[in-house]
Design a protein around this ligand. Structure first.
Ligand code: GDP
Length: 196
């Protein structure tokens, strides 16, 4: 896989500000400070594209980034899609039709009940999910596998261990994202609420 470009497209506080167009979208969701901006920067090989906020709770806007891969699609053109940094979940997830799937970030050291709710809700909607446990570098190697298993049991889905500091797990996350992009476009949007 060769990354040709990654660029900021827009930030949005509400649906009216979401970018037009119908490129497929992959959302990166998770609570504040879990590492969303860091993982986006790491996957895209850029230090500061998605600003890494030092203060929990500061990132309030959704931010959209256009990504272009050199690999050829069915029409022989580069593969283009959007990554969305998603601190505020509900309005976007329930109404955004180009959305192909969600990368849900959790902390390897503890899962949260609201993450279980998001997993369940995504399943009900038939939306693709990749669960990623961030900050795996913070655990001693000998504890990582058990922590991943515990998180998988807690969330009820497979989890990829990952670090934005070392490159652990990033190749697996990319592979899973490409699996999400291969999924069909969703047909109907939902009006059910996620309980957070
Ligand atoms: P966001 O609010 O979800 O976008 O989280 P940030 O990307 O701003 O990260 C919050 C803090 O966690 C920052 O200080 C990052 O440097 C740190 N961080 C993010 N990912 C990792 C990781 O994989 N390992 C470690 N050790 N720190 C991380």
């Amino acid at each position: 896989m060769k990354l040709l470009s990654a660029e900021f497209v827009a930030s949005a506080a509400e649906p009216a500000q979401f970018p037009a167009g119908d490129l497929p979208e992959i959302a990166f969701a998770g609570r504040s400070n879990v590492g969303k901006s860091s993982l986006l920067n790491a996957l895209l090989g850029r230090k500061n594209l998605a600003r890494v906020s030092q203060t929990p709770g500061r990132t309030r806007l959704l931010t959209f980034f256009r990504v272009t891969l050199a690999s050829r699609g069915a029409k022989g053109s580069p593969e283009k899609f959007l990554f969305v940094n998603l601190p505020m979940i509900e309005g976007y997830l329930s109404s955004r039709s180009p959305l192909r799937g969600v990368v849900l970030l959790t902390d390897i050291r503890r899962g949260e009940d609201d993450e279980v709710n998001v997993v369940r809700w995504l399943g009900e909607q038939g939306l693709g999910l990749v669960a990623v446990a961030m900050k795996i570098d913070k655990l001693p190697r000998g504890q990582r596998l058990q922590a991943l298993r515990d998180l998988e049991t807690f969330l009820g889905v497979p989890v990829i261990g990952c670090s934005a500091v070392t490159d652990a797990g990033q190749d697996l996350v990319w592979k899973a994202i490409r699996g999400l992009l291969a999924r069909p476009r969703r047909v109907a949007v939902s009006h059910n609420r996620i309980s957070m």
